[in-house]
Design a protein around this ligand. Sequence first.
Ligand code: P6P
Length: 318
Amino acid sequence: MPISLSQIAQQGAHGASMMPIIQGVGRAAIEISSLLQTAVFKGALGVAGSENIQGEQQQKLDVLSDEIFLEEMKSTGFVCAVGSEEQEELLVINEYASADWVVLVDPLDGSSNLDVDGPVGTIFSVVKRKTDNNERPHVSDTLQSGQQVLAAGYVLYGPATMLVCSVGAGVHGFTYNRASSRFELSHPDMKLPATGGYYSVNEANADKWLNNMGSNLENLKQETGLGMRYVGAMVADIHRTLLKGGVFLYPADSKNKSGKLRLLYEAIPMGFIMEQAGGKAMSDDGMAVLDIEPQALHQRVPVYLGSHSAVDCLLGIK
Ligand code: P6P
């Protein structure tokens, strides 16, 4: 009997309560995967003609994926609000405004890869609301550190569609099986290799990096001899780092003084996955990603995510 997403209900302290939400992510993933594969025939590639809160051109598929994800979170009946990269404000699900859970999401990460048929992904995390259930959910419900995360993970839309997630009891990878129309466990108990792998960074920015990150990276290259791989979609670069080892980094630079990646729906979920898989998730000033107290829904942070040896070598941690 193939082990499917319902197995999550037996994992750790939060598996049972998180399973319906992760199953909702799985349903959204199947719909988004199908949308991506037929987008070119439906005129759904290209820009939507609008910008998101980040001032970035929204792709049509960003908007469509956001709508699909919100609809599936609503259909769980357990989610009161969603904080999305594609929405400036917190999206309250009015029909379930008294529910317990708040979901943070980047519905289609790496969408600049879409017009070159590159891999893209969905990144999510789940926290328990801080407001009382009889109050209206508020953006303050999202401003919780990674230590409060109950579930997190990502979907990778590649040659296969994979859902990699954790409820705090290790990391497990599920691959969508079209024959059975379900996600089936394909990568149980994923652990980051302690050595080897690649460094993964957009080196075109190296001359703008802050905090001596250029010399830090040269030192990492000298000390480890790691090769380099960079897809330009965080989900794909993190997934490879999880499987092969090494480090993914997006440092602060003179253009993005707080880095480019968003704390709540990119750095924290990926940092949670990395730590659950035996890796390390750091930001600047010696801060662990999961210890950062968020101040805003779309806050950005520098990230250094990977094996302990690679992250420590890069950051000069003895
Ligand atoms: P750059 C995609 O736009 C994204 O948010 C992440 O998925 C990815 O890691 C990063 O930006 C790529 O940024 O500046 O290298 O194109």
